[in-house]
Design a protein around this ligand. Structure first.
Ligand SMILES: NC(=O)c1ccc[n+]([C@@H]2O[C@H](COP(=O)([O-])OP(=O)(O)OC[C@H]3O[C@@H](n4cnc5c(N)ncnc54)[C@H](O)[C@@H]3O)[C@@H](O)[C@H]2O)c1
Ligand SMILES: [Zn+2]
Length: 363
């Protein structure tokens, strides 16, 4: 088992990574003393695969266990689902020592963390991420949220879990496209902070994509370490240190929006194209050489991810870009690679360079 510590003084916690960990969840949680009665928040699909063994693992070590189900889509991150969940939890809170367990992807994790942060002004919660995206990104860092009609993630809180249990075996049932999409975030970590991880991916991408448990545990732990370090240094995301996590996300969000959040390019695929766009911009600005830019594009492609936004209209992408909240005071801002493992935040880039980079990736 690999262990990554998120250092936040009294709110510090561990990310535990390895195969088969969720069957030991009872023992792992016992040490954390999160409470007596676990309320496991999940959806019916995940319950059908992992519900019984998780309940058994918790009961074996003396925890009380109940399940609460939420819809299986982004719709679960709504104020109505959050309110209903709060009421159902209150109805079950017999022993007054409950804690919540998020068993699911980023949707379940964000919602459960948010509900945990407001129920009784805060009860402990635990993350058991079941998607690769949640294991390397959303379950780490304490950003919890629900969506409002005005925007995604508009209501939320910073609220850290007691532990994150990243069991790589849970990813076996994950649909292949989702798995691949999350590889974009792992490549991102390599480019922004970790040459070693990048090189490892270049050599071992087949193993990782094939679900090799050792390779997966390795890349998840490297990714978790990078996100944890950034979170430890900037817990509330107000020092500007977490901004580098947006590499690929500026153009990526615009591509995601321009494809109408349809099935054409999902989040990870959009980020993959966004990383290619950012590499092109960096190349045009001579921040990176052609060899390193080529390595980035080539690794994205080897992982089966797109580097071109075929069929999208430049006009739509520009419209979405100009709405990007990360564009400060009308000036554009991009996180650009300055080699492998190093990034620079560049502002006020000439518009023609951005447009050229985007247009060249549209066919
Ligand atoms: N809090 C953060 O810092 C943060 C960071 C990034 C993303 N997010 C949020 O994460 C959410 C996206 O998360 P996601 O990509 O994990 O998607 P998701 O939670 O919607 O899960 C994707 C789908 O896969 C299914 N699934 C999950 N695990 C499975 C498994 N092991 N086997 C089979 N099916 C499985 C789910 O039921 C769902 O249908 C978004 O709401 C986004 O806003 C949050
Ligand atoms: Zn992302």
């Amino acid at each position: 088992m690999k262990k990554v510590r998120v250092r936040l003084k009294e709110r510090s916690y561990d990310i535990l990574i390895g195969p088969g960990l969720f069957r030991k969840a009872g023992l792992l949680l016992k040490r954390m003393k999160p409470g007596k009665d676990a309320v496991i928040v999940t959806n019916k699909r995940l319950f059908a695969i992992y519900g019984r063994p998780l309940a058994a693992a918790l009961k074996k070590t003396g925890f009380g266990v109940t399940f609460e189900f939420v819809p299986d889509s982004e719709k679960a991150k709504s104020s109505s689902v959050a309110a209903s969940l709060l009421n159902r939890i209150a109805g079950r809170d017999r022993y007054k020592k409950i804690f919540l367990v998020a068993l699911g992807g980023g949707v379940v994790g964000d919602l459960t963390g948010f509900v945990a942060s407001i129920y009784k002004r805060g009860v402990p919660y635990v993350q058991i991420p079941t998607t690769l995206l949640a294991q390397v990104d959303s379950a780490i860092g304490g950003k919890t949220a629900i969506d409002l009609p005005a925007a995604k993630n508009l209501a939320g809180a910073f609220y850290q879990p007691r532990v994150v249990i990243s069991d790589v075996r849970l990813l076996k049932s994950l649909p292949k496209r989702r798995f691949r999409s999350a590889m974009a975030e792992i490549i991102k970590y390599g480019v922004i902070k970790d040459r070693g991880l990048f090189r490892y991916l270049e050599k071992n991408y087949r193993k990782v994509l094939g679900g090799d448990e050792k390779a997966l545990a390795y890349v998840i732990s490297r990714a978790s370490r990078i996100k944890s370090a950034l979170v430890s240094a900037d817990e509330l995301d107000n020092k500007g240190l977490r901004v580098i996590l947006n590499y690929g996300h500026t153009a990526g969000h615009a591509i995601e929006a321009a494809s109408g959040y349809s099935a054409r390019y999902d989040h990870g695929e959009s980020v993959a194209i966004g990383m290619a766009v950012a590499a092109d911009i960096a190349l045009a600005l001579k921040l990176i050489g052609p060899k390193d830019a080529g390595r980035i594009i080539s690794l994205i492609e080897k992982c089966g991810l797109p580097v071109r936004a075929k069929g999208l209209k430049a006009r739509k992408i520009y419209a979405a870009l100009s709405h990007d909240k990360k564009f400060v005071k009308g000036r554009n801002r991009f996180v650009l690679p300055a080699g492998i493992g190093k990034v620079r935040v560049a502002e006020g880039i000439p518009e023609r360079i951005i447009k050229k980079a985007i247009e060249e990736r549209l066919s």
